[in-house]
Design a binder for this molecule. Sequence first.
Ligand code: 5AD
Ligand code: SF4
Length: 455
Amino acid sequence: MIQKNLYIKTYGCQMNVYDSGRMADILKPLGYTLVESSEGADLVILNTCHIREKAEEKVYSDLGRIRPHKDDKMILAVAGCVGQAEGAEIMRRAPYVDIVLGPQTYHRLPEMIARAERSRDKKEGPGRGVLDVEFPVESKFDHLPEDHTEVGPSVYIAIQEGCDKFCTFCVVPYTRGAEYSRPVQAIFEEAKRLIDRGAKEITLLGQNVNAYHGESPQGQEWGLGRLMEHLSSLKGLLRLRYMTSHPRDMDEELMVSHRDIPQVMPFLHLPVQSGSDRILETMNRKHTRKHYLDIIEKLRNHRPDMALSSDFIVGFPGETDQDFEDTLNLVREVGYAQAYSFKYSPRIGTPGALMENQVPEEVKTERLARLQELLNTQHQAINEACVGQTLSVLLDRRGKQEGQLLGKTPWLQSVHLDAPSRLFGACVDVKIEKASANSLTGTVVTVEDVLKRSA
Ligand code: 5AD
Ligand code: SF4
């Protein structure tokens, strides 16, 4: 088999990270090996994100940078949510792109590549591109290879996809399609294979992961809490996480799983977007501020050390100073260990883009800065409170320099430390010595024990 070089650039969310990994898995049997640069690659895939305008612009500027070194043999593909949303428009704006596909059709990449190579070899010229942005009846999950090419200590499994909620700011229901849950057995088997190959922590992914309602082995419908209970029986699985959740779908079974299932970590990413009921209503979030705060209270009753994370949008159409103050107050009330905050970006095709009372850019900028300052103070305080404590850290990444490893606490804080590379993949006790808003630094306190156990 001829060896070929594949370069994939991933933009956007964790689901795209998972998808990029799966694309590499599909292409491996065709002789493709991953490389670090698009220069000289036989196949370049940009796995794109459409969520905000900036993410989209980045794709066109990256295409412009790749173009000069696109030689006769290189096949250039745009995958992901921009591919889905823009389709043929990409080929019009960038006719040198060979393939455009969406998130639901990448299991068909081998045939798309074969078609693109045929028209390349026949020198059909611009306009010959292959476009596949369908929402096929078959699920791509049924057509992906069983094995993952690369398996680290911390892995993702997509269990749910798409969204039926239609928040008025969001493109996801249009780019990822309707809600779909994979059957329990398929997820269980994927998890087992990953654990057999060294995975210790699994993050279950979905745009609306807690809306999960997959078919159980006995043909019933299971929610996410029940699924995690089933997965927790897998020997060797130390940690379970899930993201991203919607407040409307936080049921009791899921909330108590943080108390009752030891592998389910005391951390939840639960986006609220805004602290103002008026804005939540126009965003079509289908929940109130009170509903959100009640969930947090219940979770903390079940699990007092629960750490929270959220997404926020500032400057949604009609957002007044008072609405924004309501968001700041909600942040003060909850206390976030992590958060992602964005200026509202109007997306064509979503109701928000057509709303009157768009908020001026300067106002959005000023609000974002104030919100981020408050959030940073909270992150810093939560991290500083860890100094002097000994925390359990899963060493899941290698540092830039030899002898450095990176890991995560149960509360998803990143920890930097000096440790022998033999400890990679181990869960160790670390004495925390320093803290910043984004990470912790510490020393392993149980090296000898760990080495003995793993010997
Ligand atoms: N503008 C700004 N932020 C957005 N998000 C989604 N759509 C938009 C938009 N149009 C944010 C939300 C969501 C996160 C993934 O991205 O906060 O939770
Ligand atoms: Fe971006 Fe949303 Fe698509 Fe993820 S699902 S890549 S966040 S547009």
